[in-house]
Design a protein around this ligand. Structure first.
Ligand code: NAD
Length: 247
């Protein structure tokens, strides 16, 4: 594939695995975006390149619109091609109830998970239009958007609810141009995000309560993402696919 796949938050977890499997599936040029974890991004890039694809490491804090602008200025230096965007970078907030929320905390989770994702999508759409070679977008939501995450992190859940709605509207807006926009809602997936949110034992506690009785893997998310991005899903837009083991 002569396209350019942009994966935000590709230094770890779902983003890293998606970049690796994308290279295995034939994407030749992959933008390995990262925030702070340069080592993680280099590991992802090495895996991508071991599959014979080209990796482009680009740093940007997605909470900062100017940084996203600079990131896309670098993407624009690449040879044009169809664009795939995996709008994945995100954070969870610490476990707690409404009394634990502070304005700063809520603002920050929205800056990263919502404002950042919308700005990355906006820049991607501008690039898809300028290059004129087509594109497809997959946003990474969460089952939290549907469950609400009471007594866990309602602010995080609300940020992912915004991603669901954004996906629907953007899909409608771009369908006439042939740009498909979809999302996945991961359930409980084995990544470092739970420990970063202060709950290293989250999967151990909750996975047995899910219909399939286990956590999901980053590979299982990546397969869904890459299918939605691909021509095999050419009549699929405005869809939000639960990758959650029935949760
Ligand atoms: P992770 O922590 O392993 O990866 C998150 C990535 O986002 C990392 O590369 C991190 O560096 C990057 N990131 C975070 N803040 C950033 C910032 N300000 N600027 C740039 N990059 C930033 O977590 P993950 O589980 O792989 O999460 C990926 C996505 O999946 C997130 O959007 C998350 O909300 C979503 N998700 C995960 C789960 C799960 O159970 N793991 C469930 C539902 C949704």
């Amino acid at each position: 594939m002569n396209g350019v796949l942009i994966v935000t938050g590709a230094s770890a977890g779902i983003g890293s695995t998606t970049a690796r499997i994308a290279a295995f599936s034939g994407w030749q040029r992959i933008v390995v975006h990262y925030g702070q974890d340069r080592d993680g991004a280099e590991t992802t890039a090495a895996m991508v390149e071991s599959m014979g694809a080209q990796a482009y490491l680009i740093q940007a804090d997605v909470a900062k619109p100017k940084a996203i602008e600079k990131m896309f200025a670098k993407v624009r230096e690449l040879k044009p091609g169809p664009i795939g965007l995996v709008n994945n970078a995100g954070i969870v907030t610490p476990h707690g109830s409404i009394a634990d929320l502070t304005p700063d905390r809520v603002r920050h989770v929205f800056e990263v998970n919502v404002f950042g994702a919308i700005e990355v999508a906006r820049q991607s759409v501008a690039l898809i239009r300028d290059w004129g070679l087509g594109g497809s977008i997959v946003n990474i939501s969460s089952m939290a958007a549907r469950l609400g995450s009471a007594n866990q992190y309602v602010d995080y859940a609300a940020s992912k609810g915004a991603i669901d709605t954004f996906t629907l509207g953007l899909a409608d807006e771009l369908a006439p141009e042939g740009i498909r926009v979809n999302a996945i809602r991961p359930g409980l997936i084995e990544t470092g995000i739970h420990a970063k949110g202060g709950q290293p034992d989250r999967l151990e506690r909750l996975a047995p309560t899910t219909p399939m009785g286990r956590a999901g893997t980053t590979e299982e998310c990546a397969e869904a993402i890459l299918w939605l991005l691909s021509e095999r899903a050419s009549y699929v837009t405005r869809s939000i696919l639960d990758v959650s083991g029935g949760r």
